[in-house]
Design a protein around this ligand. Structure first.
Ligand SMILES: O=P(O)(O)O[C@H]1O[C@H](CO)[C@@H](O)[C@H]1O
Ligand SMILES: O=c1cc[nH]c(=O)[nH]1
Length: 236
């Protein structure tokens, strides 16, 4: 048991899927896992452990933003022994070729800042995905014929960002989409010897203002969960 996770030792699997939304954690666990058991509900941040094809998996919410992700990723890795952490998130597209419902596999992340920023001083650390997970997720998405993009993303600290100049530069430098947690997850995984990947479903488009209709969300998010589960155990 930690400050933010009320699970008992052994309740958390070595493979953890991490949506921002705790209700997405509940939906994904109840939809994709066998015998999902609630292992955490401190502050309403739901976590479930069950099995997928006989393998233990935990699906746990992280909340929104890197400070919140940092709390859960630190405790999951350092106190509960999580070794493979896959974010299953939503994101806003920053390129016209990236469409609503497409999947983005975040190869590398750009940030303005993160909870880890201060330890690097003048360095610009480059948070990157685990290559084995990335390759396995790409193979799983390709096998399912799901439109998928691999590349750099932006992990923002600000959902309502008013800096058009920043958005323009990110587009110009081929950033695929914006979300709010992956950079800190990748940094903590690197620091503590875990594997991490962010798999993102495009829920809205920054350039066209198109958004995923509510009725389509579960099916689209379902593809992302399937890819995450297949990737986690392809390379384990
Ligand atoms: O859908 P989730 O996983 O929460 O991810 C995205 O959605 C939230 C913003 O609405 C941020 O957490 C962002 O990263
Ligand atoms: O962080 C996010 C997530 C989805 N859509 C956005 O525009 N930003």
């Amino acid at each position: 048991m930690t400050v933010h996770i009320g699970a008992k030792p052994g309740d958390i699997a070595e493979t953890v899927l991490l949506p921002g939304d705790p209700y997405r954690a509940r939906w994904a666990a109840q939809t994709f896992l066998e015998n999902p058991v609630l292992v955490n509900e401190v502050r309403g941040m739901l976590g479930y452990t069950g099995t997928w094809k006989g393998q233990r998996v935990t699906i746990h919410g992280t909340g929104m933003g890197m400070p919140s992700m940092s709390i859960y990723a630190n405790e999951l890795i350092r106190d509960f022994g999580a070794k493979t952490l896959i974010r299953i998130g939503s994101a806003g597209a920053l390129q016209h070729r990236v469409k609503v419902r497409d999947i983005v596999l975040a190869q590398a992340t750009t940030t303005l800042g993160s909870p880890s920023r201060s330890i690097f001083k003048e360095l610009n650390f480059a948070p990157v995905a685990d290559f084995g997970l990335l390759a396995a997720a790409h193979a799983a998405a390709t096998a399912r014929a799901i439109p998928t993009h691999v590349g750099g993303i932006y992990s923002s600290d600000t959902f309502y960002d008013e800096r058009q100049d920043l958005s323009d530069q990110l587009q110009r430098h081929n950033c695929l989409c914006v979300e709010m947690e992956a950079a800190e997850l990748y940094t903590l995984a690197a620091r503590h010897g875990a594997r991490a990947l962010a798999i993102l479903t495009i829920s809205d488009h920054i350039l066209t203002q198109e958004a995923l209709p509510a009725a389509d969300r579960e099916r689209s998010f379902g593809d992302m969960v399937q890819i995450a589960l297949e990737a986690a155990f392809t390379t384990a």
